[in-house]
Ligand binder design. Sequence first.
Ligand code: PH2
Ligand code: MG
Ligand code: MG
Length: 162
Amino acid sequence: MNKPVIAYIGLGSNLSHPLTQLKLALKALAELPNSQLLKTSAIYQTPAIGGLIQPDYLNAAVKLQTTLSAVALLRQLQLIEQQQGRIRGEKWGPRTLDLDLLLYGEQSIFTQELMVPHPGIMTRNFVIFPLVDLEPGLTLPSGESLLALKAQCSSLSIKTIA
Ligand code: PH2
Ligand code: MG
Ligand code: MG
């Protein structure tokens, strides 16, 4: 049995009733094997970042304890995305559900399929705000503190909806 690890997962949706998508995803995350859902952030509405004109996103994050390996957890997240009708289209295109493995313990992982910490953590308010809800004192493997990142990012245009 692997040692339990604390992982943080980012959720995003901007298609097919995003609030329903996030709620379904939270239920699926609570039922992940060898894992325990510890905490859920508020849900935020944020303008889409990326080149395409597309609907606003709803974003959130969860804190999970798991004995799944990072890759096994990634596979589970991809399965949930697929179950909720994710079609892998353009890189920055709209999606029914995006589940990103943001942090996996203290580990830095750089492989073809997995980059942890997720590169978006450093700059995106729709990742940083939910993470602050979960663990304001969090420090990234780089040694950077989450609150320092939050201080650098815009709070304009991000609002809590639930
Ligand atoms: N995800 C993207 C691209 N742009 N914009 C917002 N506001 N929220 C997202 O989750 C998001 C995005 C690609 O994963
Ligand atoms: Mg994403
Ligand atoms: Mg993704």
